[in-house]
Design a protein around this ligand. Structure first.
Ligand code: GRF
Length: 194
């Protein structure tokens, strides 16, 4: 794949499954004058996801992909990525595993945000595990996506203090605010290097 950065903006897709606060923050970032990305496409596996409403309101092309058959889903996704000439994929709360072909085709062009200080607490239920283990800090990480879950090269990470009174809900809310700021920073960081 050719170098991402030139005079033109980098056509970007965001993959979501739900609420879409990180989608919103990436969208806002893309609308800034100096931003080098153009958010062209949202892919979602759930038609009723809140993020889909936001995407449609803001006239971002949005496609709902059924994952009943994962091979078909991957083909459809690749078709849309090609159609919109997408060069960067941002996973933002996307709850499906990407197919191998897609990961290969977009090597070092797919990034994800995870609500823990990776490599700690890969996978689900990160907040309750961090609380259970009496961690002093948790946080969030933006990383490249490879074939292994939450294991690609780390781009940026931000610590968040954990309080004794924290519940998974209170901690997730505090971390989410940090996530929303971290994601655009991570995108800015990788653009010149890809
Ligand atoms: C975030 O906590 C993200 O780290 C995780 O899923 C959540 C998505 O939140 N992967 P949102 O849909 O962006 O609000």
């Amino acid at each position: 794949m050719e170098k991402l950065v030139g005079k033109k903006k980098i056509f970007t897709a965001v993959f979501i499954s739900g609420r879409g606060t990180n989608l919103k923050s990436i969208y806002r970032y893309s609308r800034k004058k100096k931003s080098k990305i153009d958010l062209k496409l949202v892919i979602c596996n759930k038609s009723n996801a809140r993020g889909v409403i936001f995407a449609k309101k803001n006239k971002i092309k949005t496609h709902i992909i059924s994952f009943k058959n994962e091979i078909v889903a991957e083909k459809q996704i690749i078709k849309y990525l090609d159609k919109y000439n997408i060069k960067l994929i941002c996973l933002a709360g996307f709850m499906k595993i990407l197919g191998k072909n897609l990961i290969k085709k977009f090597k070092n062009k797919i990034i994800n945000i995870h609500p823990s200080l990776l490599p700690k607490y890969k996978g689900l239920n990160t907040h309750s595990r961090a609380i259970k283990n009496k961690e002093k800090f948790s946080g969030c990480t933006v990383h490249f996506v490879n074939e292994k879950l939450d294991s690609g090269r780390i781009i940026l990470q931000k610590k968040v203090r954990l309080f004794k009174s924290d519940t998974p809900i209170s901690l997730s809310k505090r971390i989410l605010k940090v996530e929303n700021k971290l994601y655009p920073k991570a995108i800015s960081k990788i653009l010149p290097k890809i």
